[in-house]
Design a protein around this ligand. Structure first.
Ligand code: HEC
Ligand code: HEC
Length: 233
């Protein structure tokens, strides 16, 4: 399980998915599931619905090999939501399905793989500009993802707190300068509000739902502001 926490952000499997070459060529082990799920997640945050389809389909069609007996129901759950993400007609549905995918990973790990204690990487410093602010958002969301997938309460709470703590000034400036001021402002507030709410909910199902709402909010604002968020994480 340590792999989950130390996996390099841009592994070969990830490149295979991103560049559109067949992910089936990648080694067929749990780490390719991890990579495909990470690509789904990344595409949603970027507001790229098309980018969700291929890795989503791949996840829906491949079972992790050498699983312990009795895990079929978890695999089925994972594949159901992977299919839903792949077929989603809008980012909100894809985001929701992504939360459920992470929940399914976590459910099986909790039952069969034992829970590792995640080592939290230090959070990025809060810089003055929007890009630095967003790097911190990305850090927070990644911790929440681990919170679901590992699963880990500590990772979930660390991510949620970082999201809540993050100051709003740069987003306010963005809102003032944007054409759709009110909508951008709303999305920024919603994003931080979800960080607060995330700390109040326990249980994988409620957390997966909040997670879906959260990454849908990231996606909405990136779509709205037309920003390319070409960051690999
Ligand atoms: C049906 C059960 C099941 C599901 C579903 C599942 N896993 Fe796993 N996972 C396991 C088991 C069992 C291990 C431990 C394997 C071992 O130690 O050899 C594991 C280990 C891992 C590891 C660390 C070992 C490695 O091979 O790198 C990662 C990373 C991982 N899972 C990611 C994921 C992700 C991401 C998902 C969801 C997309 C997922 N898993 C879904 C059962 C599952
Ligand atoms: C209120 C609007 C808004 C919300 C909400 C938002 N973003 Fe962004 N995001 C932006 C803008 C604008 C940029 C471009 C920043 C720049 O290039 O200066 C950006 C850029 C990024 C980048 C690229 C940063 C870089 O180094 O260039 C990442 C990563 C990112 N966002 C992640 C997230 C995540 C994760 C969330 C959700 C938790 C999120 N964002 C929510 C507006 C938003």
């Amino acid at each position: 399980m340590r792999r989950l926490l130390s996996i390099p952000p841009l592994s070969l499997a990830l490149v295979a998915c991103v560049t559109g070459s067949s992910p089936a060529q990648t080694e067929h082990d749990m780490s390719s599931h991890f990579d495909a799920a990470a690509v789904v997640h990344m595409a949603v945050v970027h507001g790229d619905l098309t980018g969700v389809r291929e890795p989503g389909r791949w996840l829906a069609e491949h079972s992790p090999p050498n699983l312990p007996e009795g895990t079929e129901a978890y695999v089925a759950e994972l594949q159901k939501y992977a299919r839903r993400a792949a077929d989603a007609r809008n980012l909100e549905d894809a985001a929701y399905a992504t939360g459920r995918i992470a929940q399914a990973c976590g459910a099986c790990h909790r039952e069969y793989a034992g829970g590792p204690v995640p080592v939290l990487p230090p959070a990025a410093d809060e810089g003055p500009d929007m890009a630095a602010h967003m790097v911190r958002h990305a850090w927070a969301v990644k911790r929440m993802w681990e919170g679901l997938v590992v699963p880990s309460d500590d990772a979930w709470m660390a991510g949620a707190q970082a999201l809540e703590e993050t100051p709003l000034q740069s987003e306010e400036t963005l809102a003032e300068n944007a054409e759709n001021t009110e909508e951008v402002d709303y999305l920024a507030k919603r994003c931080h509000g979800l960080g607060s709410r995330a700390q109040l909910v326990a249980g994988p199902s409620a957390r997966a739902r909040i997670y879906g709402e959260l990454i849908a909010t990231c996606a909405d604002c990136h779509e709205l502001t037309g920003r390319d968020v070409a960051v690999v994480w």
